[in-house]
Design a protein around this ligand. Structure first.
Ligand SMILES: [Zn+2]
Length: 252
């Protein structure tokens, strides 16, 4: 197995998987050994969609395995899931699915877990002295619900008031995309984007609004096809009513 870094006591894949089991609790049901969680409680937590922390909860050894090895392991385990479901993996249509899913997880839809994939912002001096808000609206959001591992699809509106620096417009899309390519809850995604913008733009005058449909709400559970979820983060001047109203007029 190939590892990133130079750890001398190289863990084997089974070490990591076993460690994973003890790290996150009982591997049989995925929650802590001492918790009295019932299936109903697990469903309720999934429906509540509250985040436990602003940071994506990650294992300390999240990047001990390189991407290719992660793909091999996920392929193996996803094949097992399909087997358990009773699917015939010798079928031409199905046999490539475990590998496809594994590559999609690591290289595409969850690639934003890896800080190495974080976009480098291009900043410019605010040469025009533009001191009004800049709004980038209807940015595509495609992320995955961390409770059900199905997509959350929608759009983000981002606004900021320059403190002297301006950012390339496409970088706003890239920042949304990076934090979206993780298992997420919408509240955390909103805050992570806002915090990154504040850091990059060196200002608190940032607003983020996300309006998205959760496929775990529309395709299972209550099966509501029409509802969408709106989350927002307003800070600095956007906490003032007039500034906020101006933004809301632009994105309406
Ligand atoms: Zn969900």
């Amino acid at each position: 197995m190939k590892l990133n870094g130079t750890s001398s006591n190289t863990p084997s894949s089974s070490d990591l998987l076993n460690e994973g089991a003890s790290y996150s609790g009982n591997p049989k049901n995925g929650h802590s050994r001492d918790c009295q969680c019932t299936d109903e409680l697990v469903d309720e937590i999934g429906d509540a969609h509250g985040a436990t922390s602003i940071d994506t909860p990650m294992r300390p050894d999240a990047f001990a395995l390189d991407d290719d090895f992660k793909i091999d392991l996920i392929e193996e385990h996803f094949r097992e899931i399909m087997n358990i479901l009773g699917l015939d993996l010798t079928d031409d249509s199905l046999k490539g699915s475990p590998r496809r899913v594994a590559k999609m997880y690591v290289k595409e839809v969850f690639s934003g877990l890896n800080p190495a994939n974080k976009p480098e912002p291009t900043l410019f001096d605010n040469k025009f002295g533009y001191n009004q808000m800049l709004v980038e609206k209807d940015i595509t959001v495609q992320t995955y619900c961390e409770h059900h591992f199905v997509p959350i699809l929608g759009k983000a509106h981002i606004a900021y008031i320059s403190s002297g620096k301006v950012i390339g417009l496409s970088k706003l899309n890239r920042i949304v995309e990076y934090f979206s390519k993780r298992p997420q809850v919408q509240e955390r995604l909103t805050v992570q984007i806002a915090e990154e913008l504040k850091h990059v733009l060196e200002t608190d005058d940032v607003a983020v609004i996300i309006d998205a449909k959760h496929l775990c709400v529309s395709t299972r559970g209550v099966r509501d096809l029409n509802s969408s979820t709106v989350t927002s983060s307003y800070s600095g001047k956007f906490e003032e009513e007039a500034t906020r109203q101006e933004l809301l007029r632009y994105v309406a």
